[in-house]
Design a protein. Structure first.
Length: 145
């Protein structure tokens, strides 16, 4: 499925609402990025995207990126170093497993929503929302063509 078809099947408002809801529980920042293909090793491409989106500039280094290469139906979930130093190995595996099942079923919006809420639940354990929390990054989906 090409990117245009993937985006047409995606309810972007539901996803941005999910990001906003998840972030109300945590000082962490969640971003969703969609592009057609990884054009290289997906984790390395996602790490460069993480940097390019300014996600390493959050005060607590507690951003999470859901990077989706839609034409390949592959994805990576990355946490910044402020989070990765605190969480156990395999921290994102359960979320990734559920997202894989949803993608295979063609439930892209539901899968991304579920992954965002799962990331928010994990983030709030380590980075609960502070009274003076500021939304440091946009909740909008980043789409690269």
């Amino acid at each position: 499925m090409n990117q245009k078809e993937f985006l047409a099947r995606l309810d972007q408002k539901r996803i941005t609402d999910a990001v906003a809801t998840a972030e109300r529980q945590t000082s962490g920042e969640i971003r969703v990025h969609i592009q057609p293909k990884a054009r290289g090793e997906i984790r390395e491409v996602a790490e460069r995207t993480f940097e390019r989106l300014g996600m390493t500039k959050t005060a607590l280094r507690n951003g999470v990126l859901l990077f989706v290469a839609c034409e390949e139906q592959r994805f990576v979930i990355l946490g910044d170093k402020g989070l990765d130093t605190l969480v156990p190995a395999g921290f994102w595996d359960e979320i990734a497993a559920k997202l894989t099942v949803r993608f295979r079923a063609g439930e892209f919006t539901e899968g991304i929503e579920e992954a965002v809420h799962g990331a928010g639940d994990q983030l709030k354990e380590f980075f609960p929302r502070a009274y003076n929390d500021v939304n440091e990054l946009t909740n909008d989906i980043n789409v690269e063509h």
